[in-house]
Design a protein around this ligand. Structure first.
Ligand SMILES: [Ca+2]
Ligand SMILES: [Ca+2]
Length: 246
């Protein structure tokens, strides 16, 4: 009888551990999307703007790591360089924690900036390396038709940086630059959990993006987790029973 009680308690503990696993493992994000353009193209992307605005393609430039995408044109004339947009369909769902990363630089002349945006329908998060006079890492959300205030972190935007805008499961955003967490929990916004498009906007020919990456954790389906836990618990009970009869 004592052995049966023991095995039941072991099963309960094991199921509890399995149920706890998603939260304890959340620090380990998987790469959900990555492109470094180092084969000299941007295959999979198309010149497109989600709201139908004009869009033109960037240039592919040689870069320190191979190839980068670079804006076109200079100054604030109305040439097509103002409209350098690329977009690619993605399918991310049940996303909890995630981060939007890019390596970029942005020139000192006005206008110059480089952006990566992650979209959910017409809602999106926008992450930018802003050169010209702003000299900052910029972030804003556009949700339900409303722009959030821009969160700007001052940097020398004219040299290459690795940027990481990370969101936790409660919607808090933090900024990492070159591997350092420089601005923790700088803002909290609505939690979008599904994304259907990634977009790039590069304004003028002094701005480049070396690579972009989306990493994150997704929520397991609760029923599957419970069943997995119960299955492991049942297996353990069977194993213990077998050992006791040896
Ligand atoms: Ca490619
Ligand atoms: Ca590259």
């Amino acid at each position: 009888m004592k052995r049966q009680v023991l095995t039941i308690w072991l099963s309960v503990i094991l199921v509890a551990l399995v149920l706890l696993y998603p939260s304890t493992a959340s620090a380990d994000m998987s790469v959900l999307f990555f492109d470094d353009f180092d084969d000299g193209d941007y295959a999979g992307w198309t010149a497109n703007h989600w709201n139908g605005n004009p869009a033109t393609a960037p240039d592919v430039a040689t870069s320190p790591e191979g190839y980068s995408l670079r804006g076109t044109g200079s100054g604030y004339s109305q040439d097509p360089g103002l409209n350098v947009w690329l977009a690619q369909d993605i399918s991310l769902s049940n996303v909890v924690e995630f981060q939007i990363e890019m390596r970029a630089k942005s020139g000192p002349q006005w206008p110059n900036c480089a952006w990566v945006m992650l979209l959910s329908g017409t809602d999106y998060y926008a992450c930018g390396d802003y050169g010209e006079s702003s000299q900052s890492a910029c972030f804003f959300s556009f949700i339900g038709g409303n722009d959030s205030p821009w969160s700007k972190y001052s940097i020398n935007a004219n040299v290459w940086h690795d940027f990481a805008w990370a969101r936790d499961g409660d919607g808090w955003w933090s900024l990492g630059i070159d591997g350092q967490d420089v601005w923790h929990n700088f803002a909290q916004y609505d939690v979008l959990s599904s994304f259907d498009q990634i977009a790039i906007h590069i304004l003028r020919n002094q701005s480049e993006i070396e690579w972009v990456r989306i990493s994150g954790t997704t929520v397991p389906v609760p029923g599957a987790v419970v069943l997995a836990g119960l299955g492991l618990g049942t297996s353990l009970v069977s194993l213990l029973r077998r050992r006791m009869t040896l």
